[in-house]
Design a protein around this ligand. Sequence first.
Ligand code: PLP
Length: 406
Amino acid sequence: MPPAFLHPFASPASDDYTTIVRGEGAVVFDADGNRYVDALASLWYCGVGHGRQEMIAAITAQLEALEAFHTFERYTNEPAETLTNELASLAPLPGARVFLADSGSEAVDSAIKLARLAHFLGGDEDRTLIVSRQHAYHGVTLGGTSAQGLPANREGFGELLPRVEVEHDDLDHVERVMAERGGEVSIVLAEPVIGAGGVRPPEPGYLEGLRALCDEHGALLCFDEVICAFGRLGRWWGAERYGVVPDLVTFAKGVTSGYIPLGGVLVGRKVRERLEADPGYVLRHGHTYSGHPVACAAGVAAIDILRSDGLLERAVTVGERLVAGLTSLVDGERILSVRGEGALRAVELAAHVPVAAVRDAMRERGVISRAIPPSTIAFCPPLVIGDDDLDLCVEVLGDAIEAVSP
Ligand code: PLP
């Protein structure tokens, strides 16, 4: 009999779940006391590691001071002000303001709406088309579902927003779309490194090419940095890592390391100037919990830890050690290649190796990784992971493949 909890991205008929009860650094424990290395930082978010006392203290102190009060119209709170000032000063685009939401999906929908609004306010209301990439994951609200390039996730939800999918890393395709429909394009959405769709870094020049095409055709460029930001690629932002300046940036996950849900959009000059042009204009978009003080206090604390623990630098060494280990397993028969950037990496398995069975065999051996069908195992560990646990991830991957390969 399935439980009352209807799980996300799971079979509704299943009744087989693992109860996670506790976490510490890069490790979590289940209700039976089993220890697992959390090789995916939960769902790509827990950069600062589990169970951090500084996070708990900051969240508790904010709960005691003010648990919540909305930020619509004239109201604000100190953590929301502190966090948005901090994010604006770290932002990879000049003069940015920060819109706050509760998740990555809401951030993506907000970016899609803000882009449309900016065109509308500029007298160009026909610009509503989204251009996004094959393999992209942009969340599950209707906007994010429309924008994502994973066909299975779009199926069954009826009519979605107008969108053109461009082939992975094919700038010529984007150029053709722009030549035909450039005047309709509102937003070009791209993850700097595609995460959930298979850990795929961009070809050199690809993101620069998107920037140039957006400029030429009057479209806004949005980087979806829900996974890439907050140190994952060794910098605060993927935009910084690749040296390309977008018009909008969506973020979530790592901003609080998941201690409290939070997402948002960095809103660059082109968009904010349109929004600010008429002092009588009211932005009719926002969430009950936009600027939630406890979530924002968690964000401020997580950024402090990323800085004080040197976790951006650590992401680079984590990535290097992981790549060295994973590469040593490449045999051209079962493990074909390693790809990724910073502390976001994956291995490509041969078609005959059952990827879900590898993931399950890794879990039985104490490492939680992510299988991305048809043939990818992804790694995105907490940035605080120690070398021993990193090496364990590699060893266990090798053992699991050995155990389940035909
Ligand atoms: N955008 C990207 C790039 C993501 O990786 C995700 C989640 O994995 C989302 C958006 C959606 O975020 P959420 O699940 O918080 O709604």
